[in-house]
Design a protein around this ligand. Structure first.
Ligand code: CO
Length: 292
């Protein structure tokens, strides 16, 4: 029996909003644009459309593969030649969409092939999705598309299933074959998320990327923390979203209860491109929820 989310209309709507937010971010990523302003504008768009950001907009650059979001004091501006990953999430009542694209800022056209490789890879992965089909079939299709362009997949980063309020629901979709014995079920929501590089194909932990997450409900002992948890639940968030200085201080005191995310940096300092869509496993294959 196929098990679809009961609030499927929310998943579709969140997907549409996230797809439009991604395209907005890619369009706005021009030389001179502030990183913080870019993240703020993408997230404001998501809220204007009636959704909430499912995680802080990731704006990782060049050999940063993922998990950098601007801090409240980030003053850096985009420069020509930056290879920017715009990875956005939107949710409506816990129905999450996760999607990403890559743009080379300022049309310097040094990494067109890398960007094409990752687009081909996400498309190939999506075409390989079948209800009851092996995850490994998807992984192999992604890997083949990347190798066809002469690049490497980043093997440490994977796609993932998504459930209500759970961005990474447990099933991984590797970007290389031979790692998964799982299969996809009709009604599952899956993020297909290849990363392509001209470096080593691995990542290591860099500095803190301004992204946090509650490990569990902190309870109501500290009302400021309870308020923050009420807002973010166990989804990733950033202090850029916390304007009340007392709430900020409470979060600082509660670091123990919080998971902190480092930036993922390519080990060979290779350039990294990413593409991602959230899809629903339908009766005949993938329904792309995050198309623009
Ligand atoms: Co994802």
């Amino acid at each position: 029996m196929a098990r679809y989310p009961p609030d499927l209309d929310h998943w579709r709507r969140a997907g549409h909003i996230a797809g439009q937010a991604r395209e907005l971010g890619l369009r706005l990523a021009q030389p001179g644009m502030g990183r913080r302003e870019l993240a703020d504008r993408i997230e404001a768009f998501i809220r204007d459309q009636g959704a909430e950001p499912a995680f802080p907009t990731n704006l990782s650059r060049n050999w940063e593969a993922a998990h950098y979001t601007p801090s409240d004091t980030d003053a850096e501006r985009l420069a020509p030649g930056d290879l920017l990953k715009v990875d956005v999430g939107a949710h409506i009542g816990g129905a999450i969409a996760d999607t990403a694209g890559t743009v080379e800022v300022g049309e310097t056209h040094r990494h067109d092939r890398l960007v094409k490789a990752v687009r081909d890879a996400v498309d190939a992965g999506i075409r390989a999705v079948q209800p009851g089909g092996a995850v490994d079939t998807v992984s192999r299709a992604i890997e083949r598309a990347i190798h066809a362009q002469g690049y490497k997949p980043v093997v440490d980063l994977t796609g993932h299933t998504i459930q209500s309020f759970l961005l990474h629901a447990g099933k991984s979709i590797p970007n290389v074959g031979g790692y998964s014995t799982a299969s996809l079920e009709e009604g599952e929501v899956v993020a297909i998320e290849p990363f392509v590089t001209n470096g080593d194909g691995h990542i290591e932990d860099g500095p803190f990327g301004n992204i946090l997450r509650f490990r569990a409900d902190p309870g109501d002992k500290d009302p400021l923390l309870a308020r923050a948890f009420g807002r973010f639940r166990t989804l990733p968030f950033t202090t850029r979203w916390v304007t009340d200085p007392e709430e900020k201080a409470a979060l600082k005191r509660a670091r123990r209860l919080l998971q902190t995310y480092p930036v993922f940096v390519e080990t060979g300092r290779g350039w990294v491109a990413q593409a991602e869509h959230t899809v629903l496993v339908g009766p005949n294959g993938a329904e792309v929820l995050t198309a623009a």
